[in-house]
Design a protein. Structure first.
Ligand code: NAI
Ligand code: MG
Length: 487
């Protein structure tokens, strides 16, 4: 890996502060977690998983085929019928609490592996991903024996086996978002992590095994898209929960049409982050930086379109550029790092394609002068000034540290522009006036709207989108509903 000295605007440097990884144990090879045991894939196939910041191979991961998925789904069905469905809800809750505590106990190891395998800065995996994952288990453990109170007058009933497919941007956290509510509502699970980031899900499998959760209640099968499709298409799967690209979301929706399977989809986003003239500008600059450069912009709710009111545009853009000069791109395990590695070569190529496209479309590109490591997949934080509504960089999800900038005069104008895209997951608003905030929360078609902050998550609040961003809510009391039949 390249010399880990960090340049700050060219003038001075930070000494490296890398997180220790000696305490971390990564096996050479990981099998499938089915029916409480780690088992070899039927065809004996494995694929490499790498560190996107060094390109070194970390481990080999089993590739599950249809037969393996069938075994996993049947194990989940059996565990549902024989054990989990019959278990008193209070007892189910105890297991979920135990998993939450074990995630906390192993948080350091999980954070380091998340950063090694996924590329995100250790500061984030340590302070956001892992604690939030534990909190999701804690939160939903509490609901397990209180479902009647969540839905007064209704009789909440579990669905059976749920198939869950998750992406690579928050690997452990997405596993927690999916598994915790499914277990709390009395369902059993077959989960597939993304092919580039299987390691923390497999660590979670170890935790689940150690927790004593009855065999087959949670099964974790690794593999590529075909493995995911086998889960979606399995006749014994009663519900599918998916987070990922809009393209795959559409495939899944077609696949379950005409079946009795329930489905929730969390898809892409292209959030507007809107700054009014009366906003606290310095605070807004921090929020904009957090909104798009957090986790390399690998966030479905990333604030990827900045709208700034004309009167403060010049000042805000100057301050934003200054702030971008101080951002540190590099080793995810270094505690100074602000922007880690792009998750995969494919994703970096996709982002690079949009960088070229943005310039061709006539927007003005700005990147700070920071250095980036020569090995691994890295991308400088990027602004596109003078972007216009019809540009593809404004309309399409880039999923990288790339921010388009547009100006506006009136609130009506910005509402129209913000809504005029296929997505509707989230938005941000920066203003001193509560009335403007309420105006926007009424008029923006977005599932989550942050005011004078950005990218704040909590297990108690629901999350989800409109339009091509998908449907169904995760988190909070709402997040229980997709896993229940309410009669
Ligand atoms: P993807 O949608 O292909 O992958 C997400 C998950 O779906 C992975 O576990 C994958 O193995 C699985 N999958 C792929 N094809 C499947 C199929 N036919 N049936 C069932 N499961 C399948 O996302 P990808 O290709 O990694 O990223 C492409 C773009 O999607 C990104 O550039 C980004 O724009 C968007 N994306 C959005 C995410 C979000 O959180 N909303 C997360 C990841 C990607
Ligand atoms: Mg894909």
């Amino acid at each position: 890996m390249q010399e880990n000295k960090v340049e700050l605007g060219g003038d001075w440097t930070y000494a490296p502060a890398p997180e220790d990884k000696k305490h971390v144990k990564i096996e050479k090879r990981y099998d499938l977690f089915i029916n409480g045991k780690f088992v070899k894939p039927a065809k004996g196939k494995y694929f490499d998983t790498i560190s996107p910041s060094t390109e070194e191979v970390l481990s080999q991961i089993a590739e599950a085929d249809e037969k393996d998925v069938d075994t996993a789904v049947k194990a989940a069905r059996n565990a549902y019928d024989k054990v989990w469905k019959k278990m008193p809800a209070k007892e189910r809750g105890k297991y979920i609490f135990r998993i939450a505590r074990m995630i906390q106990e192993r948080s350091r190891e999980l954070a380091v592996i998340e950063s090694m395998n996924g590329g995100k800065p250790i500061r984030e995996s340590r302070d956001i991903d892992v604690p939030l994952a534990a909190n999701h288990f804690f939160y939903y453990a509490g609901w397990a024996d209180k479902l009647e109170y969540a839905f007064p007058g209704k009789k909440p009933q579990s669905l059976g086996v749920v198939g869950q497919i998750i992406p690579w941007n928050f690997p452990l956290l997405m596993a927690a978002w999916k598994i915790a509510p499914a277990l709390a509502t009395g369902n059993t699970v077959v989960l597939k992590p993304a092919e580039t980031t299987s390691l923390t899900a497999l660590k979670l499998a170890e935790i689940i095994q150690e927790s004593g959760l009855p065999d087959g209640v949670v099964n974790i099968v690794t593999g590529h898209g075909k493995t995911g499709a086998a889960i979606v298409n399995h006749p014994l799967v009663n519900k599918v929960a998916f987070t990922g690209s809009t393209d795959v979301g559409k495939i899944i929706q077609k696949a379950v049409a005409g079946t009795n399977k329930k489905v929730t989809l969390e898809l892409g986003g292209k959030a507007a982050n809107i700054v009014f003239e009366d906003a606290p500008i310095d605070q807004a600059v921090e929020g904009i930086v957090n909104g798009i450069f957090f986790n390399q912009g690998h966030v479905c709710c990333a604030g990827s379109r900045l709208f700034v009111q004309e009167g403060v545009a010049e000042e805000l853009i100057r301050k934003l550029k200054d702030r971008m000069q101080t951002l540190i791109v590099g080793d995810p395990l270094d505690k100074n790092t602000d922007i880690g590695a792009i998750n995969s070569k494919e994703q970096l190529q996709k982002i690079d394609h949009y960088l070229k496209l943005g310039s061709e479309e006539g927007a003005e590109m700005y990147q700070p002068s920071c250095s980036i490591p020569s090995k691994g997949f890295f991308c400088k934080p990027t602004l596109f000034l003078h972007a216009s509504q019809s540009h593809r960089i404004v309309q399409e999800e880039i999923f990288g540290p790339v921010l388009t900038v547009q100006t506006f005069r009136t609130i009506e104008e910005v509402v129209e522009k913000a809504n005029n895209i296929p997505y509707g997951l989230s938005a941000g608003v920066w203003t001193d006036k509560g009335s403007k905030i309420f105006n926007l929360t009424q008029n923006l078609r977005a599932g989550v709207i942050w005011a004078n902050t950005y990218n704040k998550f909590d297990p108690t609040s629901p999350f989800g989108g409109y339009k091509e961003s998908g449907f169904g809510r995760e988190g909070g009391l709402h997040g229980l509903m997709p896993y229940l039949e309410l009669t």
